[in-house]
Design a protein around this ligand. Structure first.
Ligand code: NOJ
Length: 559
């Protein structure tokens, strides 16, 4: 599957800063997440692909983002939409070829965009060559040490080795069949059974991932998003959790399989590799930890550069709660001198336009809610996020104000957790529906032919939300994002630093100053009298009467 790239000119780096000399581009970068299967489909098979992404890079440059993070496009049976990797150095034919990846990286750099790729080190696909050999060779195979194989409990080994549950529901263990057909050992999979967990105590695993890092760094990528960064190291002996309510504990407690202190050694080794390359290559941790303080451990100066701020993502549209999480996020990052990050949506949670359309209730919402209210708050939440110091993540389609598709019929769903009993996140397909680009009929420019396929159906009302329909309409969400990102680019102070100065504000309102910039947020459903001064730069909605903040709105002021 590997193509010969020897004759291809190497990608230009977006940044010629020599190795070891920080340009710090990432500290206030706006990073746009592309979910390749749902972004743009160049060959018309209903599945987005790398040539599709490449053709839309000018759109991303004009939107005003700094970098693009691509969810996995590697060779994969797609049991978990590519987060089950069979070959870490090959592009899945569904998405294109390695040459397409090379061309994409090169084009992005020419446009001044950086490319961040996903790295999935906690588990492979069951189709990975190592795992297949481990199964074939049976007990005693040295390949089995690269995963967690264990004998079962019970008289005949018929019970799983411990009480851990899969994040997608059901036991975290699956029993194997020996080459002679008899029931064999069990293997650990914190996610789907098709995603066996690597054993990071095995030197072969650590060596392999250092080599994979170098492979993509040599291809010219500017960084990595590290999947399940908190999961690689398991507590010695794989002790029972001792609880039957694991999902409740997740994210609230240190678990024997998450956020173990040993993971940090791995990231120190990776940081040394990243620092060998010119142009400041970075890594961002997907680390679900109980507190922002524990998240900060992943971004100590000799570890990774950023970590997603899931505490922020999970915060309700409420001034007091937002202020608390903003303060605690900034405070947690200061001692380690890492930038805070901010994120409202991604491919695993209900889009924020739908979360805010409903009463607060976590990140998995199944109801359509009040669309108008949700969009109004989503626009306001975005302007708040983009006014905060640090780096911000934008998930494809949020710039169009897309809601989740909450009424997908069961027969089109593909999220593996939907099919496993009582799993977390069973409805992630709703935020993964392909993007509407243009036209009045599905797939709305996602694929080349009108009436052509898309792997998930798009709702009829998405014609009005397409890039084409919103472009040039000053009231559209797309133009709001374009204006906000242009202002953020022009005024470097907007994302810089690590402080906000809170100004006195009535209940339900957030007011803060950053240099000569003031951000005012009204999280209530009523206009709030507020004496504003300075020049209005941008507002998420019509501001209405002078001297008052419109309901559910954010405005930016130059003072
Ligand atoms: C986190 C990814 O974002 C999610 O989509 C995936 O299912 C799990 N990790 C497992 O890789």
């Amino acid at each position: 599957m590997t193509q010969n790239l020897a004759d291809t000119p190497r990608p230009l780096s977006a940044d010629t800063t020599p190795a070891g000399e920080p340009s710090r581009w990432w500290r206030d970068a706006v990073i746009y997440q592309v979910y390749p299967r749902s972004f743009a489909d160049a060959n018309g098979d209903g599945m987005g692909d790398l040539p599709g992404v490449r053709s839309r890079l000018p759109y991303l440059r004009d939107l005003g983002v700094d970098a693009v993070w691509l969810s996995p496009f590697y060779a994969s049976p797609q049991a978990d939409a590519g987060y089950d990797v069979a070959d870490y150095r090959a592009v899945d034919p569904m998405f294109g070829t390695l040459l397409d990846a090379d061309a994409l990286i090169r084009d992005a750099h020419e446009l001044g965009l950086r490319i961040i790729v996903d790295l999935v080190p906690n588990h492979s696909s069951e189709q990975h060559e190592w795992f297949q050999r481990a199964l074939r060779e049976g007990p005693g195979s040295p390949l089995r040490e690269r995963y967690h194989f264990r004998g079962g409990k019970g008289e005949n080994g018929e019970l799983p080795p411990n009480d851990w549950e899969s994040i997608f529901g059901g036991p975290a263990w699956t029993r194997t069949t020996n080459p002679d057909g008899t029931p064999g050992d069990w293997y650990l999979h914190l996610f789907a059974p098709e995603q066996p967990d690597f054993n990071w105590d095995s030197p072969a695993v650590a060596d392999e991932f250092r080599s994979i890092l170098r492979f993509w760094l040599d291809m010219g990528v500017d960084g990595f998003r590290v999947d399940v960064a908190h999961g690689l190291v398991k507590a010695p002996g794989l002790p029972d959790l001792g609880s039957h309510d694991q999902l409740k504990l997740l994210g609230n407690d240190v678990m024997p399989f998450f956020d173990q202190d040993g993971v940090h050694e791995i990231y120190r080794a990776w940081r040394r590799i990243l620092d060998e390359y010119p142009g400041e290559r970075i890594a961002v941790a997907e680390a679900w930890t109980p507190t922002v303080e524990r998240t900060a451990n992943y971004v100590r100066p000799d570890e990774l550069h950023q970590a997603f701020n899931f505490q922020y993502l999970g915060t309700a549209w409420d001034a007091a709660e937002l202020r608390t999480v903003i303060d605690s996020s900034l405070a947690a990052m200061r001692p380690v001198d890492a930038p805070a990050t901010w994120v409202l949506s991604n491919h695993d949670v209900t889009r924020h336009a739908t979360r805010f359309a409903n009463p607060p209730g976590g990140t998995q919402i199944r109801e359509r809610g009040d669309r108008e209210l949700g969009l109004r708050r989503a626009r306001a939440a975005t302007l708040l996020m983009l006014a905060l110091p640090g780096s911000a993540y934008v998930y494809q389609g949020e710039e169009l104000g897309l809601p989740d598709v909450t009424d997908l019929p069961d027969e089109v769903r593909q999220d593996p957790s939907f099919f496993r009993a009582s799993g977390q996140d069973g409805f992630r397909d709703g935020c993964r529906v392909p993007i509407p680009w243009s036209g009045t009929a599905a797939p709305y420019g996602f694929g080349p032919a009108q009436g052509g396929p898309s792997w998930l159906p798009q709702p009829a009302e998405w014609a009005e939300l397409s890039v084409e329909a919103q472009t040039g309409d000053p009231t559209s969400t797309l133009e709001l994002y374009r204006s906000a990102l242009a202002i953020r680019r022009a005024d470097a102070a907007l994302g810089a630093g690590s402080e906000v100065t809170w100004l006195p504000a009535p209940e339900g309102v957030l007011a803060f100053r950053r240099d000569s910039f003031v951000c005012l947020v009204n999280t209530t459903g009523a206009a709030v009298p507020f004496a504003t001064e300075g020049r209005l730069l941008l507002s998420s909605t019509e501001q209405g009467e002078p001297g008052a903040l419109a309901p559910d709105s954010t405005s930016w002021w130059a003072v």
